[in-house]
Design a protein around this ligand. Structure first.
Ligand SMILES: [Zn+2]
Length: 450
């Protein structure tokens, strides 16, 4: 069934970004059938459904390359005792209790709510990292069901760590990777283009060599990458230096974790030689500026990584699902950190618009993040009346200073309208949030006993 999203400003992105006024995107099934002048598109596709996009801007759906859906129920929760004074204490007092307290229904609701948030923010593709040590087996299926119900795309993995039990989570990853691989259309990338899988791992300081080797073996055999936190805090680097006499990236590379399908999240505390390894192995890095600021762990050497040719994407690390806000946070952070108002204007949008698409391509085998004939029909349609002329030449100025505050009106993924007129169509937001409010206090109570 074809649909004309018409009379809007279309921004195609991709290698040759085009900004088209009074333009229409025609979708047919899961793909874009045509883009062009609204009058012409109406003439060519007279029988298609139509969605009026006047006063709106049509962009490719946004991509988040690192998220933690499971963090949802921590919102507003009180933590007893003194505030955590460093990153490891934050993990011990908060996150390693939150994940242990999650039961089956919590996992489903914890995924459904951020997925709704993704739809609200035009984020159509997510790479998630999940943990629920009290309910590991089958947890990724619960999240997969929520993603399919929402209508979005996601790459899923379970966070393997030795902290509760040696190799905890390996079996869940292995099971899920095999399951996704079986539905694979092509051998190159396991998955059906909607759900992909990775080997999830927590971080160097919670993983023994033996566990890492086990994970790498499974990932290699299945042709998937590893998704791991790297040197988020100085504690991870110090641990690796003390125990293995190697910085984190060197250790992980030696064990076979690096590679072009792998994602090294954060990379805040890495040195030049580690950056060279990331570039040489074509390993992706994902930067999460809001999370780094929230945990007060430091500043990723973003500009240096980019200069060395490392593919750096942008994630939220569970802080939210609004990628434009995250992009502007990166823009502001690196201007301040470098004390240089000439930087980050190009780089911050590059992470979101180009690099996240390149990372997603390695996971899903699809060219996302671009509106073009034949490509997947994933769209974010925002209310936006440009107060000044808008063209290819000044699009980034509008992105950073205008679109970041614009409201998403309509979200489309795989050609399906998931939100229209700010109404979520694929899920019952009110019911899901009400149920979550009902059961969250029980989860908090279980957590206090841990
Ligand atoms: Zn994370």
């Amino acid at each position: 069934m074809a649909t004309r999203f018409e009379n809007g400003i279309v921004v195609t992105l991709g290698e040759k970004n085009r900004v088209l006024w009074n333009a229409t995107v025609v979708t047919d099934g899961e793909r874009v059938a045509a883009i062009g002048d609204s009058v012409e598109m109406k003439r060519r596709f007279p029988g298609a459904d139509s969605v009026d996009c006047s006063g709106k801007i049509i962009l490719p759906g946004f991509i988040c390359t690192h998220h933690h859906f499971y963090s949802t129920m921590a919102r507003g929760m009180g933590i007893p005792g003194d505030p955590a004074s460093n990153f490891v204490e934050i993990l011990e007092r908060l996150w390693w209790k939150v994940d242990r307290a999650l039961d089956e229904e919590d996992i489903t609701l914890s995924a459904q709510l951020p997925l709704i948030d993704c739809i609200r923010n035009g984020t159509t593709t997510v790479i998630d990292h999940h943990a629920s040590p009290s309910m590991r087996e089958g947890s990724l299926d619960l999240i997969e069901n929520a993603v399919r119900q929402a209508g979005l795309r996601a790459s899923l993995c379970y966070e393997v760590s030795d902290r509760n039990i040696a190799g905890g989570g390996v079996a869940e990853n292995e099971r899920f990777i095999k399951k996704i691989g079986q539905g694979s259309a092509s051998g190159a990338v396991p998955g059906d283009g909607q759900i992909a899988a990775m080997m999830g791992m927590h971080a160097s300081f919670t993983l023994s060599d033996a566990t890492i080797e086990q994970c790498v073996g499974i990932a290699r055999d299945a042709g998937v990458g590893c998704h791991i936190h790297v040197a988020e805090d100085a504690a991870d680097r110090l641990d690796s230096l003390a125990k293995y006499k190697l910085p984190v990236v060197n250790r992980l590379q030696k064990l076979g974790v690096a590679g072009e399908k792998s994602i090294f999240v954060h990379c805040v505390h890495i040195d030049d030689s580690e950056m060279d390894i990331l570039a040489a192995t074509r390993t992706s890095v994902v930067h999460n500026p809001e999370s780094n600021m929230n945990n007060a762990v430091g500043v990723t050497p973003l500009l240096k990584l980019l200069k060395k040719g490392v593919l750096v994407g942008l994630g939220t690390d569970g802080m939210g699902s609004d990628m434009l806000v995250q992009m502007r946070c990166a823009y502001l952070l690196h201007r301040l950190a470098n004390q240089d108002p000439r930087v980050a204007f190009l780089e911050a949008p590059q992470l979101l618009l180009q690099n996240n698409a390149a990372i997603a391509k390695r996971q899903f085998g699809l060219q996302l993040g671009e509106i073009a004939e034949g490509l997947p029909a994933d769209l974010a349609i925002l209310d936006y009346q440009p107060p000044t002329p808008l063209s290819e030449a000044n699009f980034l100025g509008h992105l950073i200073f205008g679109l970041v505050d614009a409201t998403v009106d309509t979200t489309v993924c795989k050609g399906k309208i998931l939100m229209q007129g700010k109404q979520i169509l694929s899920m019952d937001e009110e019911r899901i949030a009400a149920r979550s409010r009902e059961i969250a206090p029980h989860m908090w109570q279980r957590l206090q006993a841990l």
